[in-house]
Write a protein that binds this ligand. Structure first.
Ligand code: ADP
Length: 312
């Protein structure tokens, strides 16, 4: 468990984090959201010991974080940044072994390759990438390697700073799904992720911490944040997040496209799609959105709802 108690941090006379207290539970996926400049990265950097708070204390499993053990902590944790922080002159496999090498662990070439393949499998990356250099990979593949590198550390926690912001919507969705999958399969790892995208926060977070001008406005489940916003700021931040339209766009990335024909109904959101559903599970349902035709089935909709809309 990570505990922040009365943390404060300023630069010159500018107070960036003000008397902030937060408890992050073991194994949860906590998303910190806030507008640009609200102090999200500063907060994450304090959790990883890169920046020391001016006052207040940070505890890991009841142990106070000191400057002396911050380095040790970083070696046991994972950090994923917005744009790939892979070393360009090292292969993917060598990048994966940066931290174990820093800890002076001895791995034979064969053991490294074996572990590399296992990590590739966890992040759904073709193992042929292991001998490639980062610039030979796409942005999405590079982020998968960054996540694999974080996992290679056998971390207690992984900090992610806007990890998917630079990716296009389709790849972004794949990576969000991967993170949810890893969260489900690695129950012992605590994930703390920063984003300025409210919809991403709603999709991924077990809990969301809303940061505004260095203060926590509210910490709660996505449902609590949407249904019972504690402050006018939280309400405004999440207002107009048309979740129906958001889930609808997400659903479109999972189904097949078909040619557009005039007789195919035009729809705009998930509610309208549900109105088109047919009782027989595998009858094709055709519709168009934004001048593109799509085909789905009642079973596919049910499957999507049970997988994606877990908290609604
Ligand atoms: P966010 O991640 O929410 O965009 P940051 O934590 O990066 O916010 O920054 C919060 C505020 O602190 C900003 O006003 C930023 O300009 C300021 N800040 C961050 N790092 C430094 C620094 N090293 N020196 C001076 N000001 C900084």
């Amino acid at each position: 468990m990570i505990q922040l108690q009365h943390i404060k941090k300023s630069y010159e006379h500018h107070v960036v984090i003000q008397d902030l207290s937060l408890e992050i539970k073991n194994g949860e996926l906590l998303v910190i959201v806030g507008q640009s400049g609200s102090g999200k990265t500063t907060l994450l950097n304090m959790m990883s010991g890169i920046i020391t708070p001016e006052s207040g204390e940070i505890f890991y499993n009841q142990q106070k974080l000191t400057m002396e053990d911050a380095e040790q902590l970083r070696l046991k944790s994972g950090y994923v940044l917005q744009s790939s922080s892979l070393f360009p002159h090292l292969t993917v496999l060598e990048n994966l072994f940066i931290q174990p090498r820093a800890r002076q662990e001895k791995w034979t070439k064969e053991e490294q390759m074996e572990k590399g393949k296992e990590l590739c499998q966890q992040v759904q990356l073709d193992p042929s990438c292991l001998t490639q250099y980062p610039k030979e990979l796409s942005g999405g593949q590079q982020q998968r390697v960054s996540i694999a590198r974080a996992l290679a550390n056998q971390p207690q926690f992984i900090l992610l700073d806007e990890p998917f912001s630079a990716l296009d919507p389709f790849i972004r969705k794949q990576l969000q799904d991967l993170l949810l999958e890893l969260h489900k399969t690695h129950l012992d790892i605590t994930f703390v992720m920063v984003t300025h995208d409210m919809e991403e926060a709603l999709k991924l977070g077990d809990r969301i911490a809303v940061l505004h001008e260095g203060k926590l406005e509210q910490v709660g489940s996505p449902k609590e944040i949407m249904d019972q916003p504690k402050t006018a700021f939280v309400e405004e931040l999440f207002a107009g997040k048309n979740l129906d339209a958001f889930w609808f766009r997400t659903f479109l990335t999972t189904i097949s496209k078909v040619p557009v024909k005039n007789e195919i109904p035009v729809i705009q959101n998930f509610s309208q799609l549900l109105e088109l559903t047919k009782v027989r599970k595998d009858d094709p349902i055709l519709f168009q959105f934004n001048h593109c035709g799509y085909q789905t089935t009642f079973s596919a909709i049910l499957q999507f709802i049970s997988k994606e809309l877990r908290q609604w």
